[in-house]
Design a protein around this ligand. Structure first.
Ligand SMILES: *Cc1c(COP(=O)(O)O)cnc(C)c1O
Length: 374
């Protein structure tokens, strides 16, 4: 008998596990007769800010828009360059170009997959020729673990550049006991279905302690309105709808338990793997395992053997942004030329990771890891 395939991600299982609560929330949203920017959205924003520990959280349509709104709220646009990484969801770089700014891509620390703070500081001190002034930096907390914020924030401060944490893969992760998304003036979260906090559709959040900036972001997400029908800013339409907000309120109450379950699954995978293959942990960081990522020179072989054992896996991401057809040859980079990013993209492999994995399924993955890699 062949066992059913264990998928790498499973947002449907996330719905089924909370079906009664989510169905009730959706029914409440439908019955309310108010579908955009109402009581559910306001409640979700207040609950998310309270959970995160910021004064304000502003919902929007997705994590890409959250980054673009954050950049706009910091005055970043045409005539500015923004530093980020190439080994990320392409959305991070797309958001920079959406606001008319110019990306400059910094390489990663190879074992931790996040921005190399030394190269970032070097690029600030000696930027690539022809680049507009670097006015902001977006460190990405990739896979659920903190980027090296201390030296990145310090270097940015010396040059008067703003810092935006892209926390789209790190809801609930901490550094030195403090939640990611609370270290910088503005931070952003995607609520895409597979993220640690996922809607059943699109959603995003911008978080900040600055009330005036939050009000500006709230205006920008709806035509630049501060009051109805009066645009005081040139805005966009990027709203979080009421039904998604109602679903997210349910899911938020389970987020800490879901993150703990991800960490328990990661501990089981660690125990099944040789020490050298276990994902590196940053000192002082608590990792929430949006992804559990192995580094394998023979990735294709391992992926095929796991598949034969009914174990799904994925690649995040197979091509760094600077090598994608839409970006190749026209994006500024630091002196490392994003070499470590390109290498990582050839070798990373993400194992099944979602809170609804059963103990049996985790056991099957662990047995498969011992067979293939032990
Ligand atoms: C998912 C993600 C985004 C984009 O979010 P969307 O909601 O898909 O627009 C941005 N940055 C990172 C690091 C992500 O993982």
């Amino acid at each position: 008998m062949t066992l059913p395939m264990i998928p790498q991600a499973n947002p449907g299982a996330g719905y089924r596990a909370l079906k009664a609560e989510i169905d009730a929330a959706v029914a409440r949203g439908l019955e309310s007769g108010w579908y955009i920017l109402g009581a559910e959205g306001r409640a979700f924003e207040a609950e998310y800010a309270a959970w995160l520990g910021t004064a304000r959280a502003v919902g929007c349509a997705n994590g890409t828009d959250a980054l673009a709104l954050a950049l706009r709220a910091l005055g970043i646009g045409p005539g500015c360059a923004v530093a980020t990484v190439s080994h990320t969801a392409v959305a991070t770089v797309a958001a920079i170009e959406m606001v008319g700014a110019v990306p400059v891509l910094i390489d990663i620390e190879p074992a931790l997959y996040t921005m190399d703070p030394d190269e970032f500081a070097a690029v600030l001190a000696d930027p690539p020729a022809g680049l507009p002034p670097i006015k902001a930096v977006i460190p990405v907390h990739l896979y659920g673990q903190a980027a090296d914020l201390g030296p990145i924030i310090a270097a940015a401060a010396r040059h008067g550049a703003a810092v935006i944490e892209d926390c789209s893969q790190a809801h609930g992760a901490t550094q030195d006991g403090r939640k990611l998304g609370t270290f910088t003036e503005v931070s952003t979260f995607s609520l895409y279905p597979t993220k640690n906090l996922g809607a059943l559709g699109d959603g995003g959040v911008v978080a900040t302690n600055d009330a005036a900036r939050a009000d500006l972001i709230a205006a920008l997400r709806q035509y630049g309105w501060r009051s109805h029908y009066v645009s005081t800013e040139v805005g966009v339409n990027s709203r979080l709808d009421e039904i998604q907000a109602a679903i997210l309120r349910v899911k938020l109450t389970h987020l800490d338990a879901h993150n703990a379950r991800r960490q328990a699954i990661a501990a089981a995978y660690d125990a099944a793997l040789p020490q050298a293959l276990r994902p590196a942990r940053r000192s002082g960081a608590s990792h929430v395992f949006h992804q559990y990522v192995l580094r394998l020179p023979d990735r294709g072989v391992v992926q095929a053997r796991l598949r034969e054992l009914g174990i799904g896996s994925g690649v995040h991401y197979p091509m760094p942004v600077h090598l994608q057809p839409a970006y190749q040859g026209r994006i500024a980079m630091g002196p490392a030329g994003c070499r470590a990013s390109a290498e990582a993209s050839q070798q990373v492999l993400s194992l099944p990771m979602y809170p609804e994995l059963t103990d049996d399924e985790v056991g099957r993955v662990c047995a498969g890891l011992r067979t293939v890699l032990g």
